[in-house]
Design a protein around this ligand. Structure first.
Ligand code: UDX
Ligand code: ADP
Length: 478
């Protein structure tokens, strides 16, 4: 009987996943632990609007379960020692140095977890890889755990089973993805351990959707799923550039190809390029793996998906520059959206970061709006303090004199004296902007650049502003 579950890592994956588990399995205690005390304090904040991550529907579940069978704590060792199942849900960023730098994942956090588990676990424990990991990480975890097994005498015997159970949730729809998954993947070799995890999921997931594979297939399937999704986006984004110059409309092309049941209609929305913590990292892992096993053609194929994504972000900067008479010096540009997609406060790999940096380098000053991303986060991502911070410090002011940005509310004065507005994230509110009012505040000729195809075309055109849309090009007045 499973009584206690521990999840190491209270991030975008661990937090929502354990919340849904707790909601579905009231008789089991779920303890989410993290080394970061600020993160845990935020998860325990009475004010549910202050949870460390924004995810629609998450606050209601936390309200229902927290303090009952869902706990957030920094007491990593204690909860490891009590657990029947431990999920590893820590970060695995791309290595920045050494062999595989820029491609392979840095496994130091996973290794540190395995070491802590090996030291503090008691009795029999099922260890589940939840983080996206390079293929054969299970082996590393197994090796570390087996060391502790063999170093003990029979009285203190601890035993482990290792499973891979990759998470396929997407941010912004995490709760629905967890409650109604397309599939649950459990990789491993021990049938008893697989059955334990299978039985937890089957409380709310139709058993036909629970797939069993070997450990390595499960790890590779996760990387492959993300690589295929990202490849689809680079494909449609490449076609969007062709649409803009030929007079085709990418929305019509997407609709036409999406009707082919072999292609399907999902994941064909063009944009400034894909972001998020997984796509780039997972493809880089595939590239590293392919090169490692002497398959450079495979590596080059997948690397081109990332190259196209980088090119797409830079080409948007070129288009904006060209439309604004070839110079952005002393031009004021409004940025609508900074998160990598709508309905999340996550900015990891957000295309807005590179595009804003490009615009600042060209001399533009930026007014940035995002409903959920904090000013502090924008400053961290851009690596440049805001105008407000600079104004308090002469040195900073001098250093960043030609790289000015501020975070702003989306009120009427947002548009004051702007030369252009660029929509970078598809937040719902941006589809309902009063462009009539906005255009009166902007400098003429004012431009709107819509990289997400969500702006109301008629309203922009009627306001007299010039309008450019990704995959369509400059929209002509009738
Ligand atoms: C992704 C996978 O979808 C998920 O299964 C995996 O577990 C983690 O990685 P996530 O990164 O949260 O999830 O978001 P996703 O919805 O996949 O979007 C990724 C990026 O692609 C975003 O920048 C998004 O704006 C972009 N995107 C997505 C498009 O540009 N067009 C689309 O049609 C879909
Ligand atoms: P993800 O998107 O994969 O959930 P995050 O970066 O949002 O990634 O979250 C990972 C969390 O794991 C972070 O809050 C980090 O502090 C935590 N973490 C990393 N290593 C350890 C460890 N050894 N023990 C406990 N928590 C850890």
């Amino acid at each position: 009987m499973i009584k206690k579950v521990c999840c190491i890592g209270a991030g975008y994956v661990g937090g929502p996943t354990m919340s849904v588990f707790a909601d579905k399995c009231n008789d089991i205690s779920f303890n989410v632990v993290d080394v970061n005390p600020d993160r845990i304090a935020a998860w325990n904040n009475k004010d549910l609007s202050k949870l460390p991550i924004f995810e629609p529907g998450l606050d209601e579940i936390v309200k229902r379960c927290r303090g009952k069978n869902l706990h957030f704590s920094t007491e990593v060792h204690k909860y490891i020692s009590e657990a029947d199942i431990i999920f590893i849900s820590v970060n695995t960023p791309t290595k920045t140095r050494g062999i595989g730098a820029g491609q392979a994942s840095d496994l130091k956090w996973v290794e540190s977890c395995a070491r802590q588990i090996s030291e503090h676990a008691k009795g029999h424990t099922i260890v589940v890889e939840k983080s996206t990991l390079p293929v054969r990480t299970g082996e590393v975890i197994k090796d570390i755990l087996e060391c502790s097994q063999s170093s003990l005498n029979s009285k203190n015997e601890k035993t482990f089973d290792i499973l891979s159970n990759p998470e396929f949730l997407a941010e912004g729809t995490a709760i629905n993805d967890l409650e109604n998954p397309d599939r649950v993947l459990i990789g491993g070799s021990n049938e008893n351990a697989i059955k334990v995890l299978h039985d937890l999921y089957k409380r709310w997931v139709n058993e036909e959707k629970i797939i069993h594979t070997n450990l390595w297939s499960s790890e590779l399937a996760k990387l492959t799923a993300n690589a295929f999704l990202a490849q689809r986006l680079s494909s449609i984004n490449s076609i969007s550039a062709l649409c803009e110059v030929t007079g085709a409309d990418v929305r019509e092309v997407s609709r036409a190809i999406g009707k082919d049941s072999r292609i399907g209609s999902k994941f064909l929305n063009v944009g400034p390029g894909f972001g998020g913590s997984c796509f780039k990292k997972d493809i880089l892992n595939l590239v590293y793996l392919a090169n490692h096993f002497g398959l450079p053609e495979v590596a080059n194929f997948w690397e081109s998906v990332i190259d196209l994504n980088i090119w797409n972000q830079d080409r948007l900067t070129h288009i904006i520059l060209e439309k604004l008479f070839g110079t952005l010096t002393e031009k004021r540009i409004g940025i609508l959206g900074f998160s990598f997609k709508a309905n999340t406060n996550d900015t990891r790999e957000s295309p807005a970061i590179q595009i804003c940096k490009n615009l600042l380098n060209e001399g533009a000053s930026l007014k940035i709006h995002d409903p959920k991303v904090s000013t502090k986060q924008v400053a961290l991502d851009l690596g440049i303090p805001s105008i407000e911070e600079c104004s308090k410090n002469k040195e900073l002011n001098k250093l960043y004199i030609d790289k000015k940005w501020e975070k702003s509310h989306l009120e009427n004065d947002f548009f004051d004296n702007l030369d252009a507005v660029i929509v970078l994230t598809e937040w719902e509110i941006y589809s309902d902007i009063n462009w009539e009012k906005a255009s009166k505040k902007m400098r003429s000729p004012g431009w709107v650049f819509d990289t997400r195809l969500i702006v109301n075309e008629e309203k922009v055109i009627n306001s007299g502003l010039s309008f450019w849309r990704v995959g369509v090009g400059t929209v002509k007045r009738d």
